[in-house]
Design a protein around this ligand. Structure first.
Ligand code: UDP
Length: 193
């Protein structure tokens, strides 16, 4: 697979590619890493929040999730489509179910997480869901949960804790770790609803 071009929008790196699913599968095969879905609010937030900026800078893939980012890339003569994170995450879940990837889900309310688990068992019966926790854990619970999650050796981890927490939480986990790690914002709420 070819490495996607890295452009910059307001100083923030973005990968320029029209096949983010193929790139993500290739990244999994190349040892994995963090995928960030970038919109205009995040580029602004990253300028004021060094931890978010560092997480985006360190991510292996940054996909243009917002129309503003696609527009700014267009000004630099890059022709790309908008790649909604929720769509990439869904394609990766379907791929995981098809090829036997180990999947972990982190975040959203307890009720949403319960509903999402039920939905996934129904929609993707072959999905190997090896770890799932809601996102309203007491602070002291997180270190233990993080250890458990890493011990599961997941191939795909979707994290719905909201921006910037999901990006900085992924970035702060011990390295190296394989698999794809992706912040998905409100996707669990959409899928569960
Ligand atoms: N969330 C969570 N724990 C928190 C705060 C938020 O699990 O402490 C979840 C929330 O329930 C939702 C997701 O994070 O499922 C994304 O939240 P939001 O829509 O506010 O984030 P954004 O779309 O702005 O990234």
């Amino acid at each position: 697979a070819t490495t996607p071009v890295r452009a910059r929008v307001l100083g923030i790196p973005v990968n320029v590619s029209n096949d983010v699913f193929r790139d993500a599968v290739a990244l999994h095969g190349a040892g994995g890493g963090q995928i960030v879905t970038l919109n205009a609010e995040m580029t602004m937030a990253a300028r004021a929040d060094p931890a978010l900026g560092a997480a985006i800078e360190a991510a292996r893939m940054v996909i243009p999730d917002g129309a503003g980012v696609v527009w700014a890339l267009g000004l630099q003569s890059y022709r790309v489509r908008r790649s909604p994170g929720i769509e990439l995450a869904r394609h990766l879940l379907e791929h995981a179910a098809a090829v036997g990837w180990r999947v972990a889900l982190v975040g959203a309310s307890p009720a949403v997480m319960d509903q999402l688990r039920e939905r996934l068992v129904h929609d993707l019966p072959t999905l190997q869901l090896v770890f799932s926790v809601h996102g309203y854990q007491p602070a002291e619970a997180w270190p233990g949960l993080e250890r458990q999650l890493l011990q599961c050796r997941p191939d795909l981890v979707l994290v719905a804790l909201g921006v910037p927490r999901q990006e900085t939480w992924i970035q702060a986990l011990p390295q190296p770790r394989s698999g794809l790690w992706m912040g998905v914002g409100g996707s669990f709420d959409v899928w569960a609803g």
